[in-house]
Design a protein around this ligand. Structure first.
Ligand SMILES: *[C@@H]1O[C@H](CO)[C@@H](O)[C@H](O)[C@H]1NC(C)=O
Ligand SMILES: *[C@@H]1O[C@H](CO)[C@@H](O)[C@H](O)[C@H]1NC(C)=O
Ligand SMILES: *[C@@H]1O[C@H](CO)[C@@H](O)[C@H](O)[C@H]1NC(C)=O
Ligand SMILES: *[C@@H]1O[C@H](CO)[C@@H](O)[C@H](O)[C@H]1NC(C)=O
Length: 705
């Protein structure tokens, strides 16, 4: 009864305690004393202590003193230690007593976290025996679960591989290459192989070449730099269970699946090695799966990587691709150069240089360019000329052309034919590599048609078209004058045509006509003066001093020469004015025979008059002076021309035009009609400005304006 009570009490206390102190710390140590210790214990006792410590701990019980009546087999009084109602030990007696069973210094270790002490005494306690009982201390000791021996009954050990003791508990762990299963006890071969990112490597199924454990789900990823492709090389020793189905062997329960991005995965099984698999990808995933049954011995493979290949570039017409290699790989470069005379073109545009890299996708990063023939562009046009292609076309490389001038009105400076070739630097170059810009010079004094021989027709003749193409008609303040073309912008005339009442006429007052023999026609195309240059030595206020009667008019626009407009040559250096030579005098102002007054004609007239010797002319001048005081002086800057006989045609110098001499197949401007006396009288000549005396002035004036 008492025992029952004790248990109830104990439970009561523990319940009460847990109610009162719900967070109280678990009991880790304590003391057990026999009743009334250190006084002798009473008889007829049956006392029980149920000790407990938290799970995962053992109880270590040590006796500091024991004095229980000794008896054989502890028959009368005893302290029994129980675990799970199994007796661990039964003590009585004192240290050194012959009878009884004393624990000595040896502590008792409970197999678990509980321990029961049962103290029993009998009724006949002899007075002489004053046994005091016992005192014992206990404490919680962490169980080293891991050191527990292998269970004999064949049941599973605590941990399949590694046991790690912890305070009050333990955890299981696995050897390298294994991982803990979800039961927290057993280990499975680890086959999440991580990522293989080396350029080459070796993989095999868990446990290879031994057959692996069942129910595997392994994943291996090979992932190398893009621009490389992975090749798998399975060893011959390959075995993954396959199931024969009606459709043939099938990887139904076990398989090794090879997955490459953007492609159908391949499932491998059977006993034949797949050998070499070129994945053409830089990442490959391998999934190895087995179920609980069946048998697969596994597999192993070496993988290697190759740089991605780009297709060999095609040929480029008129160009060269470098370097020429048998194969082109990722990060290889190619360059394209065009042959001489060709240029790189891409998308319709010229490019300076071309290079392309083999990309990680096996494509060149740019398409190949084309080589197009270069061209030198339109050659500079040649004023008053043109050009002819001797070879080639469209101004392309190696084309050759030659300039020419518009003959017979212009001729090439120097008269040399220079051909120009389109060179690789896209410039037109002449053979001697000197880039000369040719010039077309006007041809002077060479009309395409000539007036007929010496004119005996009094009053002159109508000039046929294009026979005196240098002839100019001036209109100055409504007075008609004459002149001659000497350059494309220059007209030479007499100063007296341009001085009115002692002052130079305004440029606006001058109209200039040329290109026709008919006045009505010629008047339709007036040209205008840009500037007027009378000789500074001309000073003739009273019409008695015609010295230096020469002037130049600069045209506003240059004239293009043709058959009806051509310049007359200037006097050659050291020009000879030979007596008797016939000069061509022309103009729109020749009088008609028999008329007493000057009449302007509607047609260009000409007459050929001989040059008169200087003495002859001077003699005449003296006789003129005798007749009239107003006769101008004859100077060295003048010469006379006319018929000595004094026929009326001899003074037709008032044609107001040029006096041209023909020499070396060309006409040159020997004189300008200046003045004359006693027309029709014997010994009366026309007086002309001696142009040869003014070459320097002409040259200077033309150059400075
Ligand atoms: C695959 O491996 C075998 C054995 O190591 C070797 O002889 C063979 O050359 C390899 N094949 C390739 C393509 O790497
Ligand atoms: C220049 O070339 C033209 C045309 O090719 C030819 O007619 C002419 O004779 C050549 N002149 C000279 C001086 O070579
Ligand atoms: C020459 O050119 C002038 C001016 O352009 C023109 O009036 C004339 O008709 C041309 N003559 C010939 C023969 O072409
Ligand atoms: C005109 O000047 C040029 C250059 O100064 C010279 O070459 C030429 O000989 C001169 N002509 C005459 C006729 O003086």
């Amino acid at each position: 009864m008492e025992r029952t009570f004790c248990i109830i009490w104990f439970l009561y206390v523990s319940v009460c305690e847990s109610l009162l102190f719900p967070d109280s710390k678990p009991v880790m140590h304590g003391e057990v004393l026999s009743p009334e210790y250190p006084q002798p214990y009473p008889p007829n006792l049956q006392k029980r202590w149920d000790l407990s410590v938290p799970n995962g701990y053992q109880i270590r019980l040590a006796f500091s003193h024991m004095d229980i009546e000794a008896s054989a087999g502890c028959y009368y009084d005893s302290l029994t230690v129980l675990y799970n109602e199994k007796v661990l030990a039964k003590f009585c007696g004192q240290e050194n007593s012959a009878d009884g069973h004393h624990p000595g210094n040896q502590p008792i270790l409970s197999p678990g976290n509980r321990l029961t002490l049962l103290f029993q005494t009998d009724s006949n306690n002899p007075e002489k025996h004053q046994n005091v009982g016992f005192s014992a201390q206990y404490q919680a000791i962490d169980i080293d679960e891991c050191s527990a021996p292998e269970p004999r009954d064949g049941s599973d050990s605590l941990c399949a591989q590694i046991c790690l003791n912890t305070l009050g508990s333990y955890i299981c762990s696995c050897h390298h290459g294994y991982e803990l299963r979800s039961d927290q006890r057993t280990c499975a071969l680890s086959c999440t192989g991580g990522i293989f990112d080396e350029p080459q490597g070796h993989l095999s199924s868990p446990g290879y070449p031994n057959s692996p454990p069942h129910a595997l789900s392994c994943q291996y990823v090979i992932s190398v730099d893009s621009g490389f492709t992975v090749t798998l090389n399975f060893s011959d020793n390959f075995h993954v269970e396959s199931v024969d189905t009606q459709q043939g062997p099938n990887c139904l329960y076990h398989w090794l699946q090879v997955t490459v991005p953007h492609r159908e995965p391949i499932k491998l099984c059977g006993a034949k090695s797949p050998g070499v698999i070129e994945t053409n990808s830089n990442t490959v995933r391998l999934d190895y799966h087995t179920d609980d049954e069946g048998l697969s011995n596994g597999w192993s493979l070496d993988y290697s990587t190759q740089r991605v290949n780009c297709p060999p570039p095609s040929k480029v017409a008129q160009g060269r691709v470098t370097p020429m290699l048998a194969e082109y790989f990722y990060r290889d470069y190619i360059f394209v150069r065009c042959d001489q005379g060709y240029k790189l073109m891409m998308d319709g545009h010229e490019i300076k240089s071309f290079s392309a890299m083999c990309q990680n996708n096996g494509q060149w990063h740019l398409p190949l360019p084309e080589c197009h023939i270069i061209d030198c562009g339109e050659p500079e046009p040649l004023l008053n000329g043109g050009l002819t292609f001797l070879s080639g076309f469209q101004n392309q490389y190696r084309s050759v052309f030659q300039y020419h001038c518009n003959e017979p009105f212009y001729s090439l400076l120097g008269g040399v034919n220079v051909s120009f070739t389109c060179e690789a630097d896209r410039k037109w170059r002449s053979h001697n590599d000197v880039v000369v810009s040719p010039t077309c010079l006007p041809v002077c004094g060479k009309p395409i048609k000539h007036v007929s021989g010496i004119q005996r027709i009094i009053g002159g003749s109508d000039a046929p078209d294009n026979t005196i193409p240098w002839q100019v008609m001036l209109n100055v303040n409504q007075n008609r004058g004459g002149g001659m073309v000497i350059a494309d912008r220059w007209v030479m005339t007499a100063a007296h045509n341009l001085i009115d009442k002692n002052s130079k006429v305004a440029t606006e007052a001058i109209q200039i006509y040329m290109g026709h023999n008919n006045v009505d026609t010629i008047l339709q195309t007036p040209l205008y003066a840009a500037s007027v240059h009378t000789h500074p030595g001309y000073n003739n206020p009273n019409n008695v001093d015609y010295n230096n009667d020469i002037a130049l008019i600069k045209l506003q626009d240059p004239v293009t020469f043709n058959a009806s407009i051509m310049p007359i040559c200037l006097p050659p250096e050291g020009a000879a004015y030979e007596t008797g030579i016939m000069g061509l005098v022309s103009g729109f102002g020749i009088t008609k025979l028999g008329e007493q007054r000057f009449a302007l004609t509607n047609k260009l007239k000409y007459v050929l008059v001989p040059l008169v010797a200087e003495e002859e002319c001077a003699k005449s001048a003296v006789s003129w002076k005798q007749e009239s005081a107003n006769i101008p002086d004859l100077t060295n800057n003048m010469f006379c021309a006319g018929m000595r006989e004094g026929t009326k045609d001899s003074c037709q110098g008032d044609s107001r035009g040029p006096y041209a001499l023909y020499d070396h197949q060309r006409y040159w401007a020997a004189g300008i009609v200046s003045w004359g006396v006693g027309c029709g009288k014997k010994g009366a000549y026309g007086v002309y400005t001696r142009v040869a005396n003014y070459l320097d002035w002409i040259n200077k004036t033309m150059q400075e304006n």
